[in-house]
Ligand binder design. Structure first.
Ligand code: ZN
Length: 203
């Protein structure tokens, strides 16, 4: 199973990190070993003093596909989820400055939170889903999939021109603005349309 992530997919988040607006989707991969086991706490790794949460809508691929046309992309997923793309921002910044790959900052053990899955039939419109991240029961990030620069079906089409998608692969579709640092003893929870799909403690 691979985890394909889209960066810089919401304008407001591009602005908060002062990144350039991309002409094509920014794509990177996290290893399957980065998935935080269910019900486990997240431990801030020793190599970072600035781990950020990034809440993102997830799509689970249900069958093999490559060179998928956008109009057929919907045939490749039945489930929508929510997760966190934890990022060691200090390490990522150093790597970005040197033009180096940032996998270490995003692919470390536990850096990928995958919540509960919902059938896509729960949603009237995949491109109009509200989601939210709460830290210590206060909302810190809100997003709506309508605000994505590249929508879910466009992302699937785009990434499938580079990578064969396989059953069980997960796509992280990018984070809206409001990313921030986590501290020991924080409690994070994520909701889609008000339904909680994950919660975890930070240690
Ligand atoms: Zn992300």
């Amino acid at each position: 199973m691979k985890i394909i992530c889209i960066g810089r997919n919401y304008t407001a988040h591009i602005e908060e990190l002062q990144n350039e607006r991309p002409e094509e989707p920014v794509v990177f991969i996290k290893p399957d070993s980065s998935v935080l086991p269910k019900e486990q706490d997240f431990y801030i790794p020793e190599f970072s003093n600035d781990v950020h949460y990034e809440v993102e809508v997830l799509v689970k691929i249900k069958k093999v596909g490559k060179h998928i046309e956008p109009e057929f992309a919907k045939n490749y997923y039945d489930e929508i989820g929510l997760g966190i793309d934890f990022t060691a921002r200090d390490l990522q910044q150093k790597l970005k400055e040197k033009g180096l790959p940032w996998e270490k900052a995003k692919g470390f053990d536990g850096a990928t939170v995958v919540g509960k899955w919902l059938p896509k039939t729960n949603f009237k419109n995949i491109d109009d889903i509200n989601f939210c991240l709460l830290k210590n029961n206060k909302t810190v990030q809100t997003g709506n999939t309508s605000l994505m620069l590249w929508k879910i079906d466009e992302i699937i089409a785009y990434v499938s021109t580079f990578f064969t998608l396989k059953k069980g692969d997960i796509i992280f579709t990018g984070t809206p603005s409001g990313v921030g640092k986590i501290e020991t003893n924080d409690y994070l929870s994520g909701t889609i349309e008000g339904e909680e799909l994950f919660n975890l403690n930070i240690k």
